[in-house]
Design a protein around this ligand. Structure first.
Ligand SMILES: Nc1nc2c(ncn2[C@@H]2O[C@H](COP(=O)(O)OP(=O)(O)O)[C@@H](O)[C@H]2O)c(=O)[nH]1
Ligand SMILES: [Mg+2]
Length: 328
């Protein structure tokens, strides 16, 4: 690296390193090239940058040919929330998706078997949560679309392998995410430029916690981290602790299940409406049908109400498990 580069160059280079889209990278590379002084000492660097630039331009052109819809990453949100499995290779992301959902991803003891994201639906109590398996993170090649998917998610499940230096894996995974300004929500107060970051609830799934033989190793791992991370030890192979994982995911989504009921009829407990915690009768009416939202006179509530079938107004705050009869 030539030593006599102007400070502007390093500014742009920093932007380049944290750029997440090809377009952004192209702009940064062009800026870098424009601020580098042209002399013998910078020939090599300029050559490298030009090569990177033309490669990026070619691939972004090729991508523009395909419509955005066909991208494997344009996964439509379904169910009560979106949880994304991320981590280095071979930690068991695909194995977890396979045991937790109806999806059937390829699981293999070779690095980088998964090349595109695979969604599945994970039943949690009586709702479905969307779970997506992703290509293993690799510092040398991070797809911007993967980072976008992570930004769209409700929960990140960062998977590490308890049998293979989980501390190092955790650090490396977090570093890669941080390079893309994706920060765990519990570390928000450690960040100065808050507006530049996307904050996500992140849980560390400590996989391959197959049986009691792994308890001690897990305890050591836990002690070394000194409570800095919310950990959930699990095993995709034996199913150990997967119920706890589901419970945590459900709790983190911070949703309530509300059941609709027609006058004189029983509610359908298999088909809850999913609302954010703190939602009101009005929010519920909007989910059921626009007609209800516009013409609602009152509602009756069973569950959280002072007594069964109490009449409530539009701004009544609902609770998980409430049964609501909307009247127009
Ligand atoms: N012992 C054990 N092995 C596992 C577990 N989960 C996955 N594996 C193995 O780890 C390897 C990598 O799994 P895979 O799901 O493909 O990892 P990915 O690269 O993160 O998707 C495979 O050989 C799996 O059989 C687990 O809970 N316990
Ligand atoms: Mg995989």
């Amino acid at each position: 690296m030539p030593t006599n580069l102007p400070p502007d160059y390093f500014e742009v280079e920093k932007r380049y390193r944290s750029a997440t889209s090809a377009e952004e990278k192209i702009i940064c590379l062009q800026d870098m090239l424009s601020v580098i002084p042209k002399h013998k000492g910078t020939d090599k660097l300029r050559g490298d940058l030009r090569r990177k630039l033309s490669k990026l331009k070619a691939s972004s052109q090729a991508r523009k040919g395909i419509s955005k819809r066909t991208s494997a990453y344009s996964i439509d949100k379904e169910g009560a929330g979106l949880a994304v499995l991320v981590g280095l290779s071979n930690v068991g992301k695909s194995a977890l998706l396979a045991t937790l959902t109806n999806a059937d991803p390829e699981v293999a003891n070779v690095p980088f078997t998964t090349w595109s994201p695979t969604p599945g639906m994970m039943p949690v109590e009586n709702i479905q949560v969307q779970l997506v398996d992703t290509p293993s993170l690799n510092r040398d090649f991070v797809e911007s679309e993967l980072m976008d998917l992570i930004r769209r998610s409700d929960i990140l499940l960062l998977v590490v392998d308890l049998k293979a230096d989980p501390i190092k894996q955790l650090e490396e995974t977090v570093d890669i995410l941080r390079e893309h300004r994706i920060t765990p929500i519990h570390q928000k107060d450690q960040v100065t430029e808050v507006y530049r970051h996307t904050f996500k609830p992140i849980f560390v799934l400590v996989n391959k916690y197959d049986d009691e033989d792994m308890d001690e190793i897990f305890e050591i791992f836990q002690e070394l981290l000194e409570g800095a991370w919310p950990l959930i030890p699990v095993s995709a192979s034996t199913g150990r602790n997967l119920e706890e994982l589901k419970r945590v995911v459900f709790e983190c989504l911070d949703v309530i299940r509300v059941y609709s009921k027609a006058p004189g009829r029983e509610p359908d407990y298999n088909a809850p409406f999913i609302l954010k915690s703190g939602s009101t009768v009005d929010d519920f009416a909007g989910k059921v049908h626009q007609d209800f939202l516009q013409n609602l006179k009152f509602a009756r509530v069973w569950g959280s109400a002072a007594f069964e079938g109490q009449m409530v107004g539009r701004d009544y705050v609902l609770h998980d498990g409430d049964v609501v009869e909307l009247r127009i």
